[in-house]
Design a binder for this molecule. Structure first.
Ligand SMILES: Nc1nc2c(ncn2[C@@H]2O[C@H](COP(=O)(O)OP(=O)(O)OP(=O)(O)O)[C@@H](O)[C@H]2O)c(=O)[nH]1
Length: 300
């Protein structure tokens, strides 16, 4: 299955709900607008965004005399796409670059680091992975497996070592080697644990301070299937770490997809990549219009 089909299949829950209103009568009436707004809210986009988008589309329909639902489908995708923030810079393309990955347990950080390292090597970029998850021996092993798969060296320390010191080591080694892309995996943590968040802030600050030779980007990896709770998570991480952007994983799963939009919009953060599967190639550059067409049902 190609990337777009995977994304479409992952977003089928949201799309089916939207399909229902588009197929219902055909003629746009008051019920259509109400149903549209409700469906967007149910798709995890949040009430304010759903209202704003519905109101704008309603004005457009009146202005352009679009009175059949099927005429509005692509207009909806285009309108939703405008809500995503765009990135000034792509931290995986514009090298040299150092990227720190943060997020709750199981969000997909390690997998994403592995996929990005594989992609970088495929493009002929030099890459180094830092394993700053020193809490779990299994986490270090998992990262090493990904490093071997991608053909990229992993710098880490023994279990229990200070994670900030790993960042220090990996930046030093990257500078010595002239590495183009540094990817640092951190330990998963609950956004509600203030001690762990403080420790993570230290890791981020040490890296930002130590790494003067290249820009440091802090990326929150978020599992799209977490629904509305994802927004609360993202807010906590952003408050503690001043995030630069997002990677949304598991969009091939049973995600509603709207949460990606809600977070990007509310926190003003771009989405750099999306994860659409577990294997090394299942990562794509985010394209807002493609994403919204998969969500709304107007595929390429
Ligand atoms: N379907 C699907 N599964 C994914 C995706 N990304 C990651 N996973 C799976 O999610 C699970 C957790 O991924 P990890 O990369 O270990 O997550 P993590 O954030 O590093 O987890 P911690 O080390 O506990 O913090 C694994 O089983 C991955 O294969 C994705 O885009 N799609």
């Amino acid at each position: 299955m190609g990337f777009f089909d995977r994304l479409k299949s992952g977003l089928s829950r949201s799309r089916e709900a939207i399909n229902e209103i588009f197929y219902m009568g055909g003629e746009v009436d008051e019920d259509f607008w109400e149903d549209l707004e409700d469906t967007l809210v149910m798709g995890d986009m949040g009430g304010e965004l759903a209202m704003r988008v519905t109101d704008d589309l309603r004005e457009q329909a009146a202005r352009e005399n679009l009175n059949r639902a099927d005429q509005l489908r692509d207009a909806l995708a285009k309108r939703l796409a405008q809500e995503f923030r765009t990135a000034d810079r792509d931290p995986f393309e514009d090298v040299p670059s150092c990227v720190l990955f943060v997020g709750i347990n199981g969000a997909g950080k390690t997998t994403t680091v592995g996929k990005l390292a594989g992609r970088a090597r495929g493009e002929g970029k030099s890459c180094l992975i830092g394993g700053a998850d020193t809490f779990r021996a299994a986490a270090i092993e998992q990262l090493e497996v990904w490093g071997t798969r991608a053909g990229v060296d992993v710098i880490t320390r023994e279990r229990g070592a200070d994670p900030a010191s790993v960042c220090y080591d990996v930046v030093e080694e990257a500078e010595k080697r002239g590495t183009q892309l540094v990817l640092i995996d951190t330990a998963g943590r609950l956004h509600t644990s203030s001690d762990l968040m403080r420790e993570l802030a230290k890791v981020v600050n040490v890296t930002r301070k130590r790494c003067t030779s290249m820009p440091v980007t802090v990326v929150l990896v978020i599992d799209a299937t977490t629904g509305q709770n994802g927004l609360a998570q993202a807010k906590e991480f952003n408050d503690a770490l001043d995030l630069d952007g997002l990677i949304v994983t598991k969009l091939d799963g049973t995600a509603k997809g709207g949460i990606a939009l809600a977070i990007s919009d509310q926190l003003g953060l771009p989405i750099y990549r999306i994860g659409v599967g577990e294997s090394i190639d299942d990562l794509e550059t985010f394209d807002a219009l493609d994403f919204c067409r998969a969500l709304v049902g107007e595929g390429k």
